[in-house]
Design a protein around this ligand. Sequence first.
Ligand code: ARG
Length: 445
Amino acid sequence: MANKLWEKNFEINKEIERFTVGRDRELDLYLAKYDVLGSMAHITMLETIGLLTADELKQLLAELKKIYAVCEQGKFVIEDGVEDVHSQVELMLTRKLGDIGKKIHSGRSRNDQVLLDLKLFTRHELKEIAEAVKILFDELIQKSNQYKDVLMPGYTHLQIAMPSSFGLWFGAYAEGLTDDLLFLQAAYRMTNRNPLGSAAGYGSSFPLNRSLTTKLLGFDSMDYNVVYAQMGRGKMERNVAFAMATIAGTLAKMAFDACMFNCQNFSFVKLPKECTTGSSIMPHKKNPDVFELIRAKSNKIQSLPQQVMLIMNNLPVGYFRDLQIIKEVFLPAFDELKDCLQMAAYIINKIEVNKNILDNPMYDPMFSVEEVNRLAADGMPFRDAYKKVGLDIEAGKFVPNKNIHHTHEGSIGNLCNDKIQALMNKTLDEFHFENIKEAEKQLLK
Ligand code: ARG
């Protein structure tokens, strides 16, 4: 039991320890790299306010860089008996450097360490999510342009409604992602503020230079009020979860469409056979499991904001151990969303579209509005034209003209994909990911 940061002159009950440490030894591994980076910034600042000598700082930074390398190799472990990542890093430093290692915690608490670690981890993951969104976006735009002239039925109430196109269908999901990314950016900007210096949630009597750690860690600015900084725990996770859920919502809807359009009764799209799965009993089956799993996993991600909210709901001001449990649902969610985005991009790239859907006369009525509009353009009052075409359809006399001509912005003949692409690029540029990359590079130099 010699490894507890808060150990005094009594031993903690084993069962209490097991229950309170919970899954931290496993989940804190997500945070290890960032705990080290945070410590590097913190001690660099401590030296400037006279709490470490230049020599002590040098030794500590060298050791922390080694620990960072261990994390990068995936070899960082939290030993049995050690509570969490913060304790493990401090233990490794004191083993190597003795008393110097014990100095790094001045002006800091595990409460703001974990806050900081979560923010550094999350902003890195949000960057990866934004990049994965862009890859899917590019696939969708490419397919939209490629099949801009291939018509398909549009539905309302799942009833054949009006002409649509693969250009519109693929492009709609691409544009959806531009909105989702805007949401993600708002979450990113809230995440990209420095909480370090809040200590246990009420600041410190040391003259901490928070502007310096903000700059060293490449944050846009800080969470100024130390009480608010601590309140960010849980709130940040909730806001980010909402942004992830928005992306997941787009994925789930697209996956459902794809499953439906892939069904033989529709036969609008098809997956190459190597991208389908078989049945153990029915030899003919080629199932779109990929889309089904994207749908289910994305739906699961859409429950994340609720899970986070229910864990932190109604907590008053200040730190509580409840917040630890958020890590269990929050930390693994990024890999799941990235996996879904990557598979979606992969499968959209492979998807084949049926270019002859409209040869089937079943879809003829969807041209009814085109005919009504033609008559109205020639001078017949719209209501009369509507009635005439309706009666023709009833009487089996309707002959569709499939040469459609839609010209307004965002319609079949004028997709505005260049505008959608410009929106996406603008939003991506506004993240300024280069700032965090540069700061991390400088710290590790
Ligand atoms: N494992 C803890 C968490 O995630 C770290 C902070 C511990 N702080 C405390 N006051 N017990 O919340």
